[in-house]
Design a binder for this molecule. Sequence first.
Ligand code: PDD
Length: 285
Amino acid sequence: MNDVAYVNGEFTRIQDARVSVLDRGFLFGDGVYEVAAVLEGKLIDYEAHLSRLERSLREVALGSPTPLTDLCEIQRELIARNGLREGLVYLQITRGAAARDFGFPKDASPTLVVFTQEKNILAAPAARTGIAVKTVRDIRWARRDIKSISLLAQVLAKQAAVAEGCQEAWMFDDDGMVTEGASSSSFIITKQGVIVTRPNDGSILPGCTRKAILALADECGLSIDERAFSVEEALDPAEAFVTSASTFVLPVVSIDGDPIGAGIPGDRTKRLRELYISFARVSAT
Ligand code: PDD
């Protein structure tokens, strides 16, 4: 299961898949990626992921080795070959292999790698129990709107959270305002029933799940305020949650050890998760 990968035009067993040690993704983190969920063998919210990939590529002046319109078929074929029913498809494009030099190489072709991962998204225990969050300084670069494969800051943030028994890190800027999770978008629901989340102002990744959730909020009787919120405000909301393609919607039940609300998943968060799951099924292609 999941032992087939796609590398530069070929489906190959993952243990035989090879990328050069001179690949700029390996040497410089010079590349972009996407992660899309799979339910019942189908890609979820695919258009949103494809258009973000297109934008990431454009922003770093990177071409795709394959027409973007062919990527969907490659991913579907990989899902079929791996017999994947529920999980994730990971896709990465780097600037390819060339003698190590910082400027763009003249003769390298981009590297495309795709693989799948089985994951229990719908029945994830964290959806029932909620997750604990730790806050950490956001030490990332200024182009967080690009889904870059350079993820060292997020790796360190997540590890700091894991080391304290938490499942996610919420990063905050020098002004004490939360940017987002190490690998998810961050939300609070105020006691007045307003969803607060940071706007797509370049300081966060424009989450595909975030976008869908904001479109569904109305059905939950919630209004939206797209503004930055502080760590202090995040410690005392009615509810808090995170969203991502790999987890959908997860309730946050504590931040830095302080319980959120009653310290159990909030009802409106649970409803948003249900609504997102319905949306995901409808969007499946
Ligand atoms: N991460 N913010 C960051 C920094 C992320 O890495 C992610 C996703 C998100 C949520 O975006 P979306 O809803 O489009 O998945 C927000 C993926 C899942 C990952 O790196 O594995």
